[in-house]
Write a protein that binds this ligand. Structure first.
Ligand code: ADP
Length: 268
């Protein structure tokens, strides 16, 4: 809502009233504004890696290609920047597919305990093969949770959050993965002991391109789109995603999905 004020002035010069006109800033205007912001964000995000690549390529063209000390490094940086742009464009395509509802969810009944385990095991492997020392702790309900979800999409969300837990916490930290059910929801949580998120940014981390620390996120290869995609996926499943966090202590990301408990004996 936008408000315009006008004063009613008598001939004598006294102010005898105040008129307030309220304009409804329409949904359309808001969408238009969001669209403009989005285009400007995308342009900016792509310009950064392109500018950096350009300066490395220019240096190579100017003769650095003959210098075996620096040439491989310059080429590697250019390759990394290219990869980052490819990742960002794939993320953008994914968001746009979800926006236009072009891609209906491929839902199937899955065992969530198994699915989450599968993701955790992959990360354990990654941690070992990269000589890292993160510890993953599991706190799972003893019940087997069956949910109807698009497994590729939900795995992508779990990957994203696990990846962030590692990216934004120091090596050696503990990551606690939990899975529990209430009577009509299943709640997944992933807690880390990392840098945390300032209170004022807790909601914004799910916005497209929002990062608490742009430089840090970029240097870790982030596009700033992972959590925006995650939120779309979870909302498309009728669920919610949120985060609780304390700076310098750590963050906990929660996903809640609708769940109808099924009598175990039906599956025997
Ligand atoms: P990015 O590619 O930058 O990681 P995301 O959409 O996945 O993009 O996350 C958005 C931002 O939220 C990150 O840049 C980071 O600032 C913050 N963030 C996400 N996960 C965590 C976490 N576990 N701990 C601290 N900050 C986080």
């Amino acid at each position: 809502l936008k408000a315009d004020f006008a004063m009613i002035r008598r001939e004598s010069g006294f102010i005898s009233g105040l008129v307030c006109v309220l304009h409804d800033v329409t949904e359309q205007e808001k969408n238009e504004q969001e669209r403009r912001e989005f285009v400007s964000n995308v342009s900016h995000e792509l310009r950064t890696p392109l500018t950096s690549m350009r300066s490395y390529l220019e240096a190579l063209a100017d003769g650095a290609w003959e210098n075996p000390e620096v040439a491989p490094k310059f080429i590697n940086v250019s390759l990394e920047e290219t990869d980052r742009m490819i990742r960002m464009i794939s993320d953008l395509l994914e968001l746009s597919r979800m926006d236009s509802k072009n891609q209906p969810l491929q839902k199937e009944l899955v065992n969530l305990n198994e699915m989450f385990n599968f993701v955790i095991e992959r990360f354990e492997m990654l941690i070992t093969s990269n000589n890292m020392n993160y510890k993953i702790r599991k706190e799972f309900t003893r019940r087997t949770i069956w949910v109807e979800v698009d497994s590729d999409k939900v795995i992508q969300v779990l990957d994203n959050i696990m990846n962030n837990a590692i990216k934004y916490s120091p090596d050696g930290g503990e990551i606690t993965c939990s899975l529990l059910e209430t009577h009509n929801n299943v709640i997944i949580s992933i807690a880390d002991q990392g840098m945390g998120i300032p209170k004022r940014d807790l909601k914004r981390v799910f916005d497209r391109f929002f990062r608490v620390d742009k430089a840090r996120s970029r240097s870790l290869g982030g596009s700033g789109l992972g959590l925006a995609i995650s939120r779309d996926v979870i909302q498309n499943h009728g669920g919610t995603i949120w985060v609780e966090s304390e700076e310098a202590k750590g963050s906990v990301f929660y996903i809640s999905l609708p769940y109808v408990p099924v009598e175990e004996d039906l599956w025997e």
